[in-house]
Design a protein around this ligand. Structure first.
Ligand code: QAP
Ligand code: CO
Length: 173
């Protein structure tokens, strides 16, 4: 399966992903193809829609204290539902679909998540810190929401200007 990361302003990123119903080999192949792509591109999280798969799937691999991302730390979430949103935190976020742009974004500090694993088993997780932020960021992708949508209107205009300039420079280089 050949996958590539869709980048803003690709309209596919605005699609709402649909629930997974079949936990079959096709699903496993998609998840297995997404993981190396996320690692090769220096990602810590990746949602299906970012590679054109409009399914409610996401991967998370938060680096450990040594900055390593061993595969045993990989979390695959299918059909995640977030609840128990508490507190507030700010983090300078980035996104593989919005390359080279980073900005402070407000999120809930701690959350609970009900999701399914690749075999359809129901799972529950309580998260805070970077994992909580990453889950909220990736879950937004399933709704067609990008982190840049959460910027104030003046910050958003600044982003659009900088990003267009960056794309132009990329074309002529
Ligand atoms: C989402 O983001 C996230 O611009 C995952 O040139 C963000 O993996 C979770 C990346 C913040 C928690 C906190 C971005 C790689 C990776 C870039 C990513 C880039 C190369 C972003
Ligand atoms: Co993203």
């Amino acid at each position: 399966m050949h996958l590539k990361i869709l980048e803003y302003p690709d309209k596919t990123l605005r699609e709402k992903s649909v629930a997974v119903e079949k936990f079959d080999a096709l699903l496993h192949n998609m998840l297995d193809a997404m993981y190396p792509l996320m690692i090769q591109t220096n990602g810590i999280g990746l949602a299906g829609i970012q590679v054109g798969i409009t399914k409610r799937i996401l991967l998370l691999n938060i680096p450990d204290e040594d900055g390593e991302q061993p595969k045993e730390n990989l979390i695959e979430m299918i059909n995640p539902v977030i609840s128990n949103k508490k507190g507030e935190t700010t983090y300078q976020e980035g996104c593989l679909s919005v390359p080279s742009f980073y900005e402070d974004i407000n999120r809930f500090e701690s959350i609970s998540v009900n999701y399914q694993d690749r075999d359809g088993n129901t799972t529950f997780l309580e998260a805070d810190g970077l994992l909580s932020i990453a889950i909220q960021h990736e879950h937004d992708h399933l709704e067609g929401i990008l982190f840049i949508d959460k910027l104030s209107s003046s910050r958003r205009r600044k982003f659009e200007k900088e990003y267009k300039k960056m794309l132009k420079e990329k074309k002529t280089s």
